[in-house]
Design a protein around this ligand. Structure first.
Ligand code: IPM
Ligand code: MG
Length: 357
């Protein structure tokens, strides 16, 4: 029996709706496997700005640090997106959380459930069997370097910085993971142009000597962007810098049919944070149609990675598989052959997962 304390941080937009489902799934697991999970909730993002003026209030951060894991929704609000001059933004809370919790490794597994082959816009024969694990570095790069304006605001700059130490620690995580999978690692950079990429490649090449059983390939990011769509099955583990990882994983989400299916784990020095890769999606917020499966699968990652509960985690993934096999879909993963009565809203989809659990 495990006794664990989980912080739920729904954040903004559909984050509220989908984490409610993720939490129910954790609750069901606790009941079924006789664990004791306790919960607390905290504000972050736009809702936190509205309540406190701060996208990541100290109270939220303190609660995160003292929890065993965080189930996170999404942050963002359209009102900031077209206002480049906004000084306080929901995303600042996200970046601060990553830095403060030392979440340097962002794992984004891209796995296509067979039932969703038709939901992707990529041809099924190109897609079938694709299974990629991304390691996106999460606390360095152009995201966290010095940024600013000069020449009276007419010129802007963002500095990208990486230290050997930062590349090595994410590199090691990726090599270790490759060892437990198909033993292939693709390191993605832009070493033909960018200096941080040259350091990146140097460090990965050196690390490779310690993992002779892992086959390493170095790719330039533009080629990776192309190959992901052309031949996704060639990839096993991919490791890359923060900005490249942000972009490539949105692209790769299409391999899994929909952004609504993709979970992620952010881990590092302390508490792990588990969240869908999709955003707050204000266009569908409050309509009850958001796909909760990314949050459910994030809960599965939480059980496995932070709590070491592999059997419980597999039970959740299996339940998702069963729900899909039974033909249930949310709008984002439905296609022209899906009968209308099998297209479910957020809550009803959650109920189906609970039923199979
Ligand atoms: C993500 C998001 C964030 C990022 C945004 C919301 C700041 O796109 O988690 O991928 O760029 O890291
Ligand atoms: Mg992103």
């Amino acid at each position: 029996m495990s006794k664990k304390h989980i912080l739920i941080v729904p954040g903004d937009g559909i984050g509220q709706e989908v984490t409610a489902v993720g939490k129910k799934v954790l609750d069901r697991i606790a009941e079924k496997f006789q664990h004791e999970f306790t919960y607390d909730e905290a504000l972050m993002g736009h809702v936190a700005i509205e309540a406190t003026g701060n996208p990541l209030p100290d109270e939220t951060l303190a609660k995160m640090k003292s929890s065993d894991a965080v189930l996170f929704g999404a942050v963002g609000h359209p009102k900031y997106d077209n206002d480049p001059s906004a000084k306080v933004r929901p995303e600042q809370g996200l970046l601060k959380m990553r830095k403060e919790l030392g979440l340097y490794a962002n794992l984004r597994p891209i796995k296509l459930f067979d039932e969703l082959l038709a939901a992707s816009s990529i041809k099924p024969e190109v897609l079938k069997g694709a299974d990629i694990l991304f390691f996106r570095e999460l606390t360095g790069d152009i995201y966290f370097g010095e940024k600013g304006r000069k020449n009276d605001g007419d010129t802007a700059y963002d500095i990208a910085e990486y230290s050997r130490f930062e590349v090595e620690r994410i590199g090691r995580k990726a090599f270790e993971a490759a060892r437990t999978r198909r033993k292939k690692l693709c390191s993605v950079d832009k070493a033909n142009v960018i200096e941080t990429s040259r350091l990146w490649r140097e460090v990965i090449q050196k690390l490779a000597k310690e993992y002779p059983d892992v086959e390493v390939e170095h790719q330039f990011v533009d080629a990776t962007a192309m190959l992901l769509i052309k031949d996704p099955r060639r990839f096993d583990v991919v490791v890359t810098a923060n900005l490249f990882g942000d972009i490539l994983t949105d692209e790769a989400s299409q391999i899994a049919g929909s952004m609504g299916m993709l979970a992620s784990a952010s881990i590092g020095d302390g508490t792990g944070v588990y969240e869908p890769i999709h955003g707050s999606a204000h266009d569908i917020t409050g309509k009850g149609v958001a796909n909760p499966l990314a949050s459910v699968l994030s809960a599965a990652l939480l059980l496995d990675i932070s709590f070491g509960l592999k059997e419980e985690s597999d039970a959740v993934i299996n339940a998702v598989d069963q729900v899909l096999k039974a033909g249930f879909r949310t709008g984002d993963i439905a296609d022209s052959t899906t009968p209308a009565d099998k297209i479910l809203g957020t809550e009803a989809m959650g109920e189906q997962v609970l039923k199979f659990l």
